[in-house]
Design a protein around this ligand. Structure first.
Ligand code: 26A
Length: 342
């Protein structure tokens, strides 16, 4: 079978709970952030599981995007790579993926548990604390297995979660090289401020392969700080990313900055010139927001589904806004059923 869109990321099960500010303070967590767990955070997972209101929801940023893109696209359009364990958590992920018809080609670890993310919801903010578990053991050799490489060769577009830069930059480079050689669009989401901040070197290695960068305003600011740019001037930051080194000269670099409820900024660098545009989001009354966990992933899903369908940039961004609006009315990074159409 040939899948148009191939995605790579860290499959995680989200343990979603509502918390107050004091709980976040106790663990030194920001209200809106995504981090890798440290020893001191470990009790959070058992505390979440012990709560009567805990919800176990399929997560993993790129997996959410893969599910969202498959939600929009015709059957069997999307394939997702990642690494899981042999446990009930993996079964939950498989079940959620099935509900939208997302195909997975998981690498399976015999003795390591599926990764989990405590999604600590505080009003419209979400603080994500991740224990990568099996997701941390993904290897490029999994992509090189003949049956998997066949999927890579058949793909038309690639979507990479920047979070995977903490796991296997080599796997990302492997896909990036193929995409550049075959002139296929390669999309990278920065995923979280700590990626440009603390994984600057692997990010710089991968960025030359990237045709489309997606990030939010805080990731853009973190990139600016890490690279000595003025974080208060996001247009300049986007331009700087847009004009940085690029391997596939046949495609322009497009940089997409989402900014919560503010308009999405898009900068394209082509033939030495910049094209700058802003696109308003689809407004939603605050009272209708269930939670924003996965909003950015849903935006990326709508956007990349648009690219797969050959839509123009403005329409692809609008599809991202449309799907994000649907997802924030659901619990966690999920999409409404019966299916809505764009
Ligand atoms: C490496 N880290 C920290 C992560 C993540 C992650 N996905 C992959 N790698 N930390 C949080 N997430 C996921 O982000 C989604 C919301 O955008 C969560 O699982 C959540 O579903």
């Amino acid at each position: 079978m040939a899948f148009d869109l191939v995605c790579l990321g860290n499959p995680l099960l989200d343990l979603q709970v509502n918390v107050d500010k004091a709980y976040l303070d106790k663990y030194g967590l920001k209200e809106n952030d995504a981090i890798l767990t440290e020893e001191k955070h470990m009790p959070i997972f058992d505390e979440a599981l012990a709560r009567p209101d805990v919800r176990l929801i399929a997560g993993g940023a790129a997996q959410n995007t893969a599910r969202g893109a498959q939600y929009i696209l015709p059957a069997n359009s999307v394939l997702y790579f990642g690494s899981v364990g042999k446990d009930k958590y993996a079964d939950k992920l498989i079940e959620a993926n099935k509900s939208v018809g997302l195909t997975t080609a998981y690498m399976v670890q015999d003795d390591i548990a599926t990764g989990k993310c405590a999604a600590l919801i505080n009003g419209t903010n979400r603080s994500l604390v991740t224990d990568l578990g099996a997701a941390n053991h993904f290897k490029p050799s999994h992509l090189e297995k003949p049956e998997n490489w066949e999927h890579v060769k058949n793909a038309k577009i690639f979507y990479i979660g920047g979070f995977h830069l903490t796991v296997s930059p080599e796997a990302i480079e492997l896909l990036g090289r193929h995409a550049a050689e075959e002139n296929k669009p390669f999309v990278l989401n920065f995923s979280a401020p700590f990626i440009p901040q603390f994984f600057k070197e692997p990010l710089a290695r991968v960025l030359p392969y990237v045709d489309y960068v997606i990030c939010n305003e805080s990731e853009a600011a973190a990139f600016a700080e890490a690279n000595g740019l003025d974080a208060s001037d996001l247009v300049s930051v986007a331009k700087s990313i847009a004009k940085s080194a690029k391997i596939n000269g046949k495609r322009p670099r497009t940089v997409v900055f989402t900014q919560g409820t503010d308009p999405t900024l898009v900068v394209v660098h082509e033939n030495g010139d910049f094209v700058v545009n802003e696109y308003p989001v689809h407004a939603l009354e605050a009272s209708k927001v269930t939670d924003t966990n996965g909003a950015g992933d849903a935006f990326a899903a709508g956007f990349v589904a648009g690219l797969v369908q050959g839509k123009d940039l403005a329409t692809s961004v609008d599809m991202g806004h449309w799907l994000a609006k649907l997802s924030i009315q659901e619990i966690g990074p999920s999409f409404p059923f019966p299916k809505q159409t764009y």
